[in-house]
Ligand binder design. Structure first.
Ligand code: MRU
Length: 346
């Protein structure tokens, strides 16, 4: 039903669908080394927390393949430098750091292997993480689909679909799973200024999946909710704190306040790899500030007068109290809090 491959490992190269060009063009780029992967993440050729996690792992694997030294210690030191380059791309989505940490762990666990075998082991791990992510999303979809009824009109913010993952999606994955169960949903995608992930990417992939999509501008949400035209909200996440505070695309917090005011449930779908149990609440998350050009321009057209101050925080924090449930592959945390989230850990 939805078959988009935003990232793939092929012939010791990483192939990515260039999301900057969607929906106008479907172009794939090839990253031949880890530096190219880092640039692709930073410049948003690939984006979305789980997708950048997989990209990071593949970047580390490419970096590992390019290391030519004699000893394990030298190898590990160089691998750490590769990880640092990749970790310096985007600070907010924890999946990126989760992925580099996992790759370093695998390296340490197999330190006794000959270096060429260790390189292959790291490559296998990155490829496995890609397949794992799709399976995780499918399980999340099965877990979350029960919240949605035939005929529901659902708002989503940003893009938490197949494009934002290795495939299938988190928030949109839940909607795809509900659709596979025979439910017909009407999805509202808000534009998601300034980067327009909703208008460009969510609308594109829902269309491809044959799901009815309506694009609204971000400032229409309150009106649509007041008119009774939205039954439920579902979004993804970039980092969830131990207490259930959800960091996600800028604007999510506003949507959550509106949903609470109108008594509309707000669901967050995210893999366990997005939960950062090391931080007690959302105030500890580093919020990425992106280039101001994303605000001042739409495509090549400048909207804001030159010289005017502009801010561009790319994420915000929604307090757990505004979230009805967090849907993961391990189960549901509702209401999300320290206890319900901790119980999902192994
Ligand atoms: O800046 P982006 O496009 O990487 O931000 C993406 C989001 O905020 C998504 O909602 C989040 O990563 C969840 S994706 C499954």
């Amino acid at each position: 039903m939805i078959s988009i491959k935003p990232i793939e490992w092929k012939d010791d190269k990483v192939i990515m669908l260039d999301q900057r060009l969607l929906p106008q063009e479907e172009v794939y780029i090839t990253c031949e080394d880890y530096k190219a992967v880092a640039v692709a993440i930073k410049d948003m050729a690939i984006r979305g927390a789980p997708a950048i996690g997989v990209a990071a792992a593949m970047g580390v694997a490419l970096g590992a393949l390019g290391i030519s030294v004699k000893t394990y210690d030298e190898f590990y030191t160089k691998l750490e430098r590769v990880c640092e380059t990749i970790e310096a791309t985007r600070p907010t989505a924890v999946n990126l750091f989760w992925a580099t940490a996992r790759m370093k762990r695998v390296c340490k666990t197999h330190k006794d292997l000959p270096l060429s075998e260790l390189q292959n082991r790291l490559k296998d791990e990155a490829v496995a993480m890609c397949f794992e992510d799709i399976e995780t999303n499918r399980q999340m979809g099965r877990n979350g689909a029960t919240f949605f009824n035939d005929g529901d009109r659902v708002l989503t913010h940003c893009n938490a679909g197949a494009l934002a993952t290795a495939g299938f999606g988190t928030a949109l994955g839940v909607l795809y799973a509900a659709t596979e169960d025979g439910k017909t949903l009407k999805v509202f995608a808000d534009e998601t200024r300034p980067y327009l992930q909703g208008a460009r990417l969510t609308a594109w992939e829902l269309n491809k999946a044959g799901i009815h999509a309506t694009v609204i501008t971000d400032n229409m949400t309150a009106h649509m909710m007041a008119k009774g035209e939205i039954d439920k909200v579902i979004v993804g996440a970039d980092r969830i704190a131990a207490n259930g505070d959800v960091t996600n695309k800028i604007g999510t917090y506003g949507v959550a306040i509106l949903a609470k005011h109108h008594n509309i449930p707000l669901y967050v779908a995210a893999p366990m790899s997005t939960i950062d149990f090391s931080i007690p609440d959302g105030s500890h998350v580093v919020i990425e500030e992106r280039p101001t050009k994303e605000v001042t321009h739409v495509g090549p057209t400048q909207l804001v007068p030159t010289g005017v101050a502009v801010r561009n925080p790319a994420f915000d924090v929604t307090p757990a109290a505004l979230v009805t449930a967090i849907i993961t592959e391990r189960g549901i945390a509702t209401p999300p809090n320290l206890t319900t989230l901790a119980s999902l850990k192994k």
